[in-house]
Design a protein around this ligand. Structure first.
Ligand code: AMP
Ligand code: MG
Length: 583
């Protein structure tokens, strides 16, 4: 009776027996069950600074030598011949030159990511106290070497081709090559109009910027591929938004986030070229991406576009399975928001699942629930179809056929990864026939009882076998208390304990440690982001900083987090919270 449920979260309209399985390492980058999450030490000691500080830092990692470069991108692609930040249709190029529009009013540095500053940008954290740093990351002054660019892309939004979209409020400041030899592309978001701003003002508000800053870094700490965030700056510049599209226009404060990725190219970057018949440019862009971001693909390989496609299909399936394993719903899975590097990008009205519900829709503007959490695997498939359409002109007929087979393999890759991740979440070693049922049975009970996704798994990780045998969960283990109200909980618990009992040589303490290392205690719940935002609006950034610190170690119990109830039953007011596309 439980077999039907395993696909609740992964219903993909392709039959399992048709899936393509890769012979070796089908799961790609994660080989072991318990090694899929990174645990960067993020004991950040950063603070918030007002723009008035004027400290000179004399370190080997000072800002004076900090430089970016746009040369590689400008040399690789034709740049828009027209200049100026006015809205227009752009053809035959990948970038337009576009200068950020500095925020008018005083700006304040709200938060920085210590790990980005130190580990990616090779800077001493002390530089974040300087005026020069604030000038750079607020868009007031250009970083040496920067020739700001806005990227031209298109996309399918909510299932339909939208034509030209592009960076409407973000500027690519340049590439930074760090001491490890990694190239990172720095973008500033909320930095004013570009040729791609359409009807927008080019700005971003505090609430969306706080969410993007915090969630980028939180996802990294959860071990999920993501763009990163360097800094959050808020200003007094007025931005007008109709937050819930109900005619209630309100003045909000503008904010900017400096974010980074190894590449910001999206499915829509290719789509706009194919749709426009710009096939030489399409090849050029593909060759550039393969050469710079897919080192395993030989540039002279006649099948390189096919191998590229197959890699993106696999990595996207894995990424979405990882989202599911932490209950993350992106909210707007349009093709312009799907990275060709299969990293999570463009944080908007995302949400972390609380009461378990496969129909959870984080974005209140998504009336039809197209991007519900349970639909994400299917949406990934749709996006991979669109990617294939954009590659069609550069594939031979035989390669097109092979690519179609690759696409059919997407569902199998997703299901395999999903299964592996959820097995790890339950601390199951090896493979037994009934494992899928055990997972599905649990998810069905969670759905029936509305138990909290994050804390159910976390509290299962913390409970000893004896405690699980005893049952009788109290409010202290509130998620298990909810779950155990299910009339079949004792059946499931018996199955689970028998399964754990068959794990040879498995010490219960070890199992709990493993489970705690894959089941986070803290995720960025909407109410937490909302509470931090309300304070940030009044220039109190303490909660943003606290959340950055706590979510940097999501697997570790922390006093400050407990004091703030971050692992407790969400407050009642959280139920009324809504998040929309408006940002
Ligand atoms: P998003 O839904 O944030 O992925 O944005 C979709 C498209 O709208 C992208 O091309 C964005 O750059 C653009 N966009 C979103 N908000 C604004 C804004 N306030 N001003 C200009 N362009 C925007
Ligand atoms: Mg976007």
């Amino acid at each position: 009776m439980w077999t039907v449920c395993v696909l609740l979260l992964c219903a993909v309209h392709v039959r399992a027996e048709h899936f393509l399985h890769e012979a070796e390492n089908p799961l790609g980058y994660c080989q072991g069950e318990h090694e899929c999450h990174s645990h960067d030490d993020k004991t950040a000691n950063h603070r918030t600074y007002s723009q008035t500080s004027n400290v000179t830092i004399n370190t080997s990692h000072s800002l004076e030598r900090f430089k970016v470069s746009c040369q590689k991108l400008i040399e690789a692609f034709p740049v828009d011949e027209v200049d100026g930040n006015y809205v227009r249709t752009v053809k035959n190029c990948v970038f337009s030159r576009s200068l950020p529009t500095p925020l008018k009013a005083p700006v304040t540095l709200a938060a920085v990511s210590k790990s980005v500053i130190e580990d990616i940008l090779d800077l001493d954290i002390g530089v974040t106290q300087t005026d020069a740093f604030l000038q750079y990351i607020s868009g007031a002054q250009l970083i040496p070497g920067s020739i700001p660019l806005a990227h031209r892309y298109g996309g399918h939004q909510f299932g339909y081709w939208s034509g030209q979209l592009g960076d409407g409020r973000a500027h690519l400041l340049g590439q930074y090559t760090n001491r490890k030899g990694e190239i990172w592309e720095l973008q500033i978001k909320g930095s004013g109009k570009t040729p791609y701003s359409r009807a927008g003002d080019g700005r971003a508000v505090v609430r969306s910027s706080v969410r993007e800053f915090l969630c980028s870094e939180a996802m990294q700490a959860l071990g999920i591929a993501t763009s990163r965030a360097t800094s959050l700056v808020v200003s007094d510049e007025s931005v007008w938004r109709d937050q819930f599209y109900d005619g209630n226009v309100r003045k909000e404060r503008g904010a900017v986030v400096v974010r980074l990725a190894r590449s910001w190219f999206r499915i829509g970057s290719l789509e706009v070229l194919t749709r426009g018949g710009e096939l030489d440019l399409l090849r050029k862009l593909l060759n550039f991406i393969i050469e710079n971001n897919f080192p395993a693909i030989a540039t002279e390989d006649p099948d390189k576009y096919l191998v590229f496609y197959s890699t993106v299909v696999k990595e996207t399936a894995h990424l979405i399975a990882q989202w599911m394993a932490v209950g993350f719903a992106h909210g707007v899975c349009n093709t312009d928001n799907f990275s060709l590097l299969s990293i999570t990008i463009d944080y908007g009205p995302f949400g972390f699942l609380e009461s378990y519900d496969p129909n959870f829709v984080p974005n209140t503007s998504d009336d039809e629930g197209r991007y519900s959490i349970g639909a994400q695997a299917n949406v990934g498939l749709f996006n991979m179809e669109k990617l294939l359409e954009s590659l069609h002109p550069v594939l031979t007929p035989s390669q097109q056929q092979q690519a179609a087979v690759v696409l059919k393999g997407y569902a199998g890759l997703y299901q395999m990864r999903f299964h592996q991740l959820f097995k790890a979440k339950l601390g199951l070693l090896g493979e037994e026939e009934e494992d899928g049922n055990l997972i599905a049975f649990l998810l069905k009970m969670m759905e029936d009882t509305g138990s909290d996704f994050t804390m159910t798994f976390r509290q299962l990780s913390e409970a000893s076998v004896q405690q699980l045998h005893r049952g009788g969960f109290t409010q202290e283990t509130w998620a298990l208390h909810d779950l155990s109200s299910h009339k079949q909980f004792s059946d499931w618990s018996r199955m689970y304990l028998l399964r754990l009992g068959r794990q040879e040589g498995d010490d219960d303490e070890d199992r709990r440690q493993w489970m705690k290392s894959v089941n986070p205690m803290y995720v960025l719940r909407n109410w937490m982001a909302e509470s931090a935002t309300r304070k940030a609006e009044t220039n109190d950034f303490s909660e943003v900083v606290l959340l950055y610190d706590v979510l940097g170690n999501p697997f570790l119990a922390q006093d400050a987090a407990e004091e703030n109830g971050y692992a407790a039953r969400p407050p009642l007011w959280a139920r009324r919270l809504k998040v929309s596309c408006s940002s």
